[in-house]
Ligand binder design. Structure first.
Ligand SMILES: [Zn+2]
Length: 261
């Protein structure tokens, strides 16, 4: 492994200690990005910006077709890497055996949305970020596990990275553009409570469990806005409120709300 990391662009995972006995593996995002962008074909794909070519139809084919992407300046910057983060648990043992759950792992991957869609689903463009035992997430919480990820994303947002290819220096910043997760994990990382049986159960609107059965159109709902969510997060962080419309003080990726581009 040492030979490959010294002579090739292999980024080795770091073993990060949570306490005296529990650890998880983290593959540094910034090092992976530098190694990945140092391939001239990747760099050209990122810098060519396929988004400049207008679509022939009005179909929504990509997240850049959405209104939010057009309104946000961060999406338009060519040297701003758009990170898509996705995570889930998976079972490596027999899922119906007596040891079910014992070896369950929590995995986080990322991909960069700046490359054309046809390359995004290829395995070589999906990068492992971290691997942790699922029971450690329950014991220690996502905040601890996501700490190195958050630190690197915040560094990417503020100072960025420099990549040198064929003697030319390129500077890239980045932002977390999209998070793909199941309902439970999405609520957790966005700073919402994980209770779907009572209270405000929806991430998109402020409907209660009782009301939601009678709401059939988006126009019938009072939608949450970015500003609203940000003010709720601030209120919970400062300790003025423990929970506000199902937003609570578990930080995780919701911290990035304050650092948006
Ligand atoms: Zn809703």
């Amino acid at each position: 492994m040492r030979y490959y990391s010294d002579n090739f662009l292999l980024v080795l995972p770091q073993n990060i200690a949570i306490d005296n006995q529990d650890t998880f593996a983290y593959v540094p995002i910034l090092d992976v990005l530098k190694a990945w962008l140092s391939h001239s074909d990747v760099l050209n794909a990122v810098l060519s910006d396929y988004r400049l070519h207008p679509r022939q139809n009005s179909m929504l084919c990509d997240m850049f077709d959405a209104t939010a992407a057009n309104e946000c300046q961060g999406f338009k910057d060519l040297n701003c890497l758009q990170l898509l983060l996705y995570f889930d648990d998976f079972e490596v043992g027999n899922p119906i055996g007596s040891k079910r759950g014992k070896y369950k792992l929590f995995a986080v991957y990322f991909t960069i949305l700046n490359i054309p869609i046809k390359y995004r689903s290829k395995l070589e463009n999906m990068h492992l970020v971290l691997l942790a035992t699922s029971k450690h997430i329950v014991t220690h919480g996502l905040d601890v596990i996501f700490a190195p990820v958050l630190k690197d994303i915040q560094k990417l947002m503020s100072s960025g990275i420099d990549v040198s290819v064929d003697g030319i220096q390129h500077h890239f910043t980045g932002r977390l553009a999209f998070v793909c997760a199941d309902n439970l994990a999405a609520n957790k990382v966005a700073g919402f409570t994980q209770n779907f049986s009572q209270g405000r159960v929806c991430r998109f609107c402020v409907a209660t469990r009782g009301e939601i059965c009678n709401l059939h159109l988006e126009s019938m709902c009072k939608l949450r806005t970015h500003q609203m969510h940000e003010s709720h997060l601030k209120a919970t962080y400062t300790g003025r409120q423990v929970s506000l419309l199902s937003v609570w003080s578990d930080k995780c990726l919701s911290l990035l709300v304050f650092k948006r581009l």
